[in-house]
Design a protein around this ligand. Sequence first.
Ligand code: SF4
Ligand code: SF4
Length: 185
Amino acid sequence: MVSVNEYFKNVWDTVKSTAIGMRITGKYLMQKPITVQYPDERMPIPDRYRGIHYLEQEKCINCLACARACPIDCIEMDAVRHGKELEWVKFTLDYQKCMFCELCVYPCPKDCIHMGTEFALVTTDRSELNHDLLSFKGMDRAAKIRMKEAEVKKAEKEAAKAAKAAAAKDDAADAPKDDAEEKGD
Ligand code: SF4
Ligand code: SF4
């Protein structure tokens, strides 16, 4: 059975703890709310945050240094070379495996693969976690123009070389004739 003293002590403890709780609630009642309404609002993200990667494709030279540096083989790429130009087939990064370690970023000789500030990877389909970092497939317009110009230059060089060779051949054919004419004189 509870004694009278214990009964009043319990009442006092209840009143005291309620007063402490209400004091804390009252303190926050006067402050502005700090809740961030994600995803409509976002907290500021530090510049060095290691989020989802992005690629500056026009700078990339398909050297594979990033893929080789990745400890868990998340990066796969494929491109066809046309002289100096690249025809891109794929450049994927699998976020089912990626641990956001940034080891793929440092060895890039062109400084073209980066970790951004985007972090949302919500999906109901795992295949969507294999991100394609390419902004375009195949060749971009500037590369196509450069390739055409290079082809025209090459054709011109070859034509000039062929013309030179033909001229040299004609000269060689004319030489014995000239000698014979000189001897006849
Ligand atoms: S962040 Fe790390 S795990 Fe992810 S792709 Fe780059 S090297 Fe691989
Ligand atoms: S290391 Fe850089 S340049 Fe080389 S393939 Fe990767 S992103 Fe491209």
